[in-house]
Design a protein around this ligand. Structure first.
Ligand code: ADP
Ligand code: MG
Length: 677
């Protein structure tokens, strides 16, 4: 009998060969198959006769096939199949492109359902590549799955249907009090309905139930993670040395920076390890806060470590902190992937002997066999690159360390509080004074020549520029006006910027190559950097004063804000130029918001309003478990509900020992076990 643990190859009609296609979608067992939810639905219930259908309309037509399929080879690799259908009064000419499998399956005089766009003239009706199904399965709401290659959505639907028909009812995961309090349908109904809803209402109920369960599981997991860290620690600071630290700084701290330092030091004076997120917009001065904490920790005779997601950022921190602590007795070292073996050995030995006070490096330093004598504080910069699990790993590493994670991802505050449910939060909501305003302009491509001249003038003065191109996705090549970084760099170096030193940086390059290009840009060898958004968050090249973003309408506002944060870091006037030929008013207004606002939180709100939640988070930026159905922004109300619900559950049964919570406990383990780092 089929169970959730069964390998999918045992489902009727699957077998070894097709199982492999499912593997590509990450589906191996029946459990992962039934949790592979539809991306959307196609409503096939709009059934019409050809006569009543409007030309250009998406319709469902019940029709009988009345001529055999004729094959037309158009050219190599392109075959058309043509045949006719009749709905009893009118004839429809149907063309099918390249789909031999479908063409061979059609039988003359059988009844079918055709779904798709119909084109009509006075005398004819035709459909081009409609979806075609046998009448007996056809007229209903169709689930659409993110299919790949040979697996079509309808093939996936068929396999899921077969599996669901054979599986026994799914065991309920939520207790009775929860399902009735929040008005949720049973898990069994939800899973069946999410794939094959009879109508919109059923689809809605199913989504509601599954989203609730997923977010509840997430919240429980996060709350438990936070709770676990309320362990005891002996790494308690006796004294606050912030006063001394202030005299090292070439500036006065902002109010927000002082508050953050006070909050953190207070944490570290308690019996429980600090577990805090420092959230601050680009340029809000998170490094100075980090330095302040490091100073007090070291003066209390402990060691500290600071980690960055890339070598370049690590080097940057090393340079600025070494300089800051130059006239103190604090000993700073740098450890990254390219540190020589002999040097590495030496650093490790000195760390364990307590001869190094502050170690700065890439996150490799927690994975390596690096041991400290008495480390008390670990700070990770640009936190969204590090996952929850990594944070947990850190805490596991040394005793119960104090941890601070720093993030510049401006997420709306309420959401942040929920999302980082396992952390306390300090926010830097104030920028250091007398910052040069960055001038932002939105232009179209007619402006290119003038723009290039403007850039050349800056480069000739010894300054540097970024040009950012959108990532071009596969299958988008036909969009001739969207240039890939590679193409564009090529064009510039043989054209407008002949004789200048141009660097290229994109996601498909090897890490080492990327580092090299960034180093060349940091040192000023590369004058103009053409890149995709891989330009590292947090990179600080104060000599770069111009940021040009091509096809700017294709970026999220928050992303543009991050990119703009790469300039205006030195004393020179900086310019951000957003190039866009988009005629759409919405995208124009979106870009103008960049001109209007410089506050990352405001921009995040605008972004959310304009684009909706789907695009808001870049690629898995938050480091949380991948969600299957819920969307943290769209479903923020449910997120709030589930947070309350999770707290109530834990208040009653912290270890989830009660029988009614058992299944839920399994779900948490399942969700958090999958986290990779
Ligand atoms: P981010 O929060 O983006 O990491 P940084 O820590 O890199 O910001 O700081 C940005 C710049 O602002 C640095 O050059 C830093 O020296 C400067 N800075 C930080 N705090 C202050 C302050 N209170 N007054 C003036 N300049 C400051
Ligand atoms: Mg920074």
């Amino acid at each position: 009998m089929l169970t959730c643990e069964s390998n999918i190859k045992f489902i009727k009609g699957v077998g070894e060969k097709r199982a492999e296609l499912f593997h590509k979608l990450g589906i191996f067992d029946v459990d992962s198959l039934i949790h592979f939810y539809p991306r959307k639905y196609e409503d096939w219930t709009n059934t019409k006769s050809v006569k009543d259908a409007q030309s250009g309309e998406n319709v469902t037509i019940k029709a009988t096939m009345i001529t055999p399929v004729k094959e037309h080879m158009v050219r190599r690799g392109m075959t058309l199949y043509k045949c006719r259908f009749s709905d009893g009064e009118s004839v429809i000419n149907v063309t099918i492109f390249n789909n031999k499998y479908l063409a061979k399956a059609l039988r003359i005089y059988d009844d079918y359902v055709l779904f798709g766009k119909i084109e009509k003239t006075l005398t004819t009706a035709s459909m081009s590549s409609p979806k075609i199904e046998k009448l007996d399965t056809g007229v209903r709401i169709h689930p659409i799955y993110s299919a790949t290659g040979k697996l079509t959505p309808s093939a996936i639907a068929k396999v899921i249907k077969t599996a669901l028909d054979e599986l026994p009812p799914f065991e309920e995961t939520l207790s009775e009090d929860i399902t009735s309090r929040y008005n949720l349908i049973s898990l069994d109904r939800a899973i069946r309905q999410i794939h094959f809803p009879a109508d919109e209402k059923e689809a809605f109920e199913a989504r509601k139930r599954l989203i609730f369960e997923e977010l509840l599981t997430l919240q429980l997991g996060l709350l438990k993670l936070k709770g676990n860290k309320k362990s005891e620690t002996s790494l308690i600071l006796k004294k606050d040395y912030t006063h001394e630290f202030l005299s090292l700084l070439p500036f006065n701290l902002t109010g927000a920076q002082s508050r953050a330092i006070i909050e953190c030091i207070k944490d570290m004076m308690q019996r429980h390890p600090m577990n805090r997120l420092l959230q601050g917009d680009v340029g809000s001065g998170k490094t100075a806060v980090a330095a302040g904490l490091i100073y007090s920790v070291i003066k209390n005779s402990y060691q500290a470590a600071m980690m960055a997601p890339t070598e370049i950022l690590a080097i940057q921190h090393y340079e600025s902190l070494s300089k800051l602590f130059m006239n103190t007795d604090i000993r700073v070292e740098l450890l990254t992937g390219s540190t020589k073996q002999s040097k590495k050995r030496e650093i490790k030995a000195r760390l364990i002997d307590g001869e190094i006070d502050l170690l700065i490096g890439t996150h490799a330093i927690i994975q390596n066999d690096v041991e400290f004598k008495n480390i008390a504080l670990v700070i990770t910069d640009e936190q969204h690159r590090f996952g929850v699990k990594q944070r947990a790993a850190l805490a596991d590493k040394g005793l119960s360390l104090h941890t601070l994670v720093m993030s510049a991802t401006p997420i709306p505050r309420t959401l942040g509080l929920i999302l980082y449910g396992d952390l306390d939060i300090s926010i830097l909501d104030e920028l250091p004074p007398k910052r040069q305003e960055i001038r932002t302009d939105v232009v179209d491509s007619r402006y290119h020549q003038r723009l290039y001249n403007f850039m050349k003038e800056a480069i000739d003065r010894g300054e540097q520029c970024y040009v950012i191109c959108p990532m071009v996705e596969e299958g988008e090549e036909e969009m001739a006006n969207v240039k890939s970084a590679e193409q564009y760099a090529e064009e510039l170096s043989s054209g407008a910027f002949k004789g200048y030193n141009i660097g290229l940086l994109h996601g498909k390059m090897k890490p080492k190559e990327k580092e090299n290009v960034m180093k060349a840009f940091s040192s000023g060898d590369v004058q103009l950097l053409v890149a995709t958004t891989v330009v590292e968050v947090g990179v600080d090249v104060p000599n770069a004063t111009i940021m040009v973003v091509e096809n700017a309408e294709r970026f999220g506002l928050s992303q543009l804000h991050q990119l703009r944060g790469r300039i205006g870091r030195g004393s020179k006037k900086s310019y951000c130029v957003l190039v866009s030929d988009s005629k759409s008013e919405t995208s124009r207004n979106r870009l103008l918001a960049m001109k209007k606002y410089s506050d990352g939180f405001k921009i995040a709100d605008e972004d959310l309003k304009a684009r909706g939640p789907g695009d808001f988070f870049g690629e898995r930026q938050h480091g949380l478990p991948q969600l299957k159905i819920a969307d943290m922004l769209e479903d923020v109300e449910t997120l709030q509900l589930t947070q309350q619900c999770a707290k109530q559950i834990l208040a009653e049964d912290y270890n989830l020992d009660l029988a009614k919570n058992k299944k839920l406990c399994d779900e948490i383990n399942k969700m958090f076990r999958k986290l990779e780092y």
